[in-house]
Ligand binder design. Structure first.
Ligand SMILES: [Zn+2]
Length: 233
C-alpha cells in the first residue's frame, strides 16, 4: 500500500463505515419484527386463557344449576312418596332424605354464587386484557409500518451508497485497495485509525513506541500499530 493512497482510502473507509452501519440496521429489522410479534402473541394468548377461564366457570354455574333442579325434583318425588306412606318409620326416613336434599341445595347454591363471582372477576380481567391487546396492537402496527419504511428508505440508500463506493474504489490504486479490503475482512472497521493525543492507537488503545509516534507524526510513510496492525494516521 502506498502512503499516497491513504487519503482516498480514508474517504472510502468513511463510506464503508456508513454502509456497514446501514446494513446492520437492515439486517436487524426481521429480528426486531419477530420480537414484537412474539410479545403481542403472548398478550393475545394470555387474554384467550382468561376468556377460556370465564367460559369454563360459566359452564360450571350451569352444571350446578342442573344439579339444583335435580335435587328439587327429588324432593318433590320424596314428598309424594312421603304423603302416601302410612308407616311412621318410613315417614321419618323421608323427612331425613328431604332435609338432606335441602342441605345439598343450600351448598350448591352457595357454590353457584361463588362461581358466579369468579365469572364476573374473569370477565373484568378479560376486558382489561382485551384493551391491553388492542392498545398494543396499534403500537405493533405502527412499528411494523415504520420497519417497512426503514427497509425501503434504507435499502434504497444502501444501494446508492454501494454505487458511490464502487465509483470511489475504482479510482484507487488496485494494490492499495486490495490490501485495505483484506484488512477490513480480517479486522473490524476502521482499519485506518488515528493516534490519539496521548500517543495511543485509537482502536486497540495500545500505547505506541516513541519511534512509531514520530513516524506517524511525520506522515511520510505507512505506519502500522504494533499491537493490532491497523494503519495509523
Ligand atoms: Zn492498535
Amino acid at each position: 500500500m502506498n502512503h499516497a493512497d491513504l487519503e482516498p482510502l480514508i474517504i472510502l473507509q468513511a463510506k464503508d463505515t456508513e454502509i456497514a452501519k446501514l446494513a446492520h440496521t437492515l439486517d436487524h429489522l426481521p429480528e426486531l419484527r419477530q420480537k414484537i410479534l412474539i410479545k403481542q402473541k403472548a398478550l393475545i394468548k394470555d387474554a384467550l386463557e382468561t376468556k377460556e377461564q370465564a367460559i369454563a366457570q360459566e359452564k360450571k354455574v350451569r352444571s350446578i344449576e342442573v344439579d339444583i333442579e335435580a335435587k328439587k325434583a327429588l324432593i318433590a318425588k320424596l314428598k309424594i312418596q312421603q304423603s302416601s306412606t302410612r308407616k311412621n318409620e318410613e315417614y321419618q326416613t323421608f323427612i331425613r332424605e328431604i332435609d338432606r336434599a335441602n342441605e345439598q341445595i343450600d351448598e350448591l347454591e352457595t357454590q353457584a354464587l361463588l362461581t358466579m363471582d369468579e365469572v364476573e372477576a374473569a370477565k373484568i380481567l378479560l376486558t382489561q386484557k382485551a384493551t391491553k391487546v388492542k392498545e398494543a396492537q396499534a403500537l405493533v402496527d405502527q412499528d411494523l409500518k415504520k420497519f417497512d419504511e426503514t427497509a425501503q428508505v434504507d435499502g434504497t440508500k444502501l444501494k446508492q451508497l454501494r454505487e458511490e463506493r464502487q465509483a470511489m474504489a475504482s479510482k484507487i490504486n488496485p494494490d492499495s485497495l486490495e490490501q485495505y479490503e483484506l484488512m477490513v475482512k480480517g479486522k473490524s472497521l476502521p482499519v485506518i485509525i488515528t493516534m490519539d493525543e496521548r500517543g495511543r492507537c485509537a482502536a486497540c488503545h495500545m500505547t505506541l513506541t516513541d519511534s512509531t509516534r514520530t513516524r506517524v507524526l511525520s506522515a511520510r510513510e505507512l505506519v502500522y500499530c504494533e499491537n493490532c496492525r491497523r494503519i495509523l494516521m
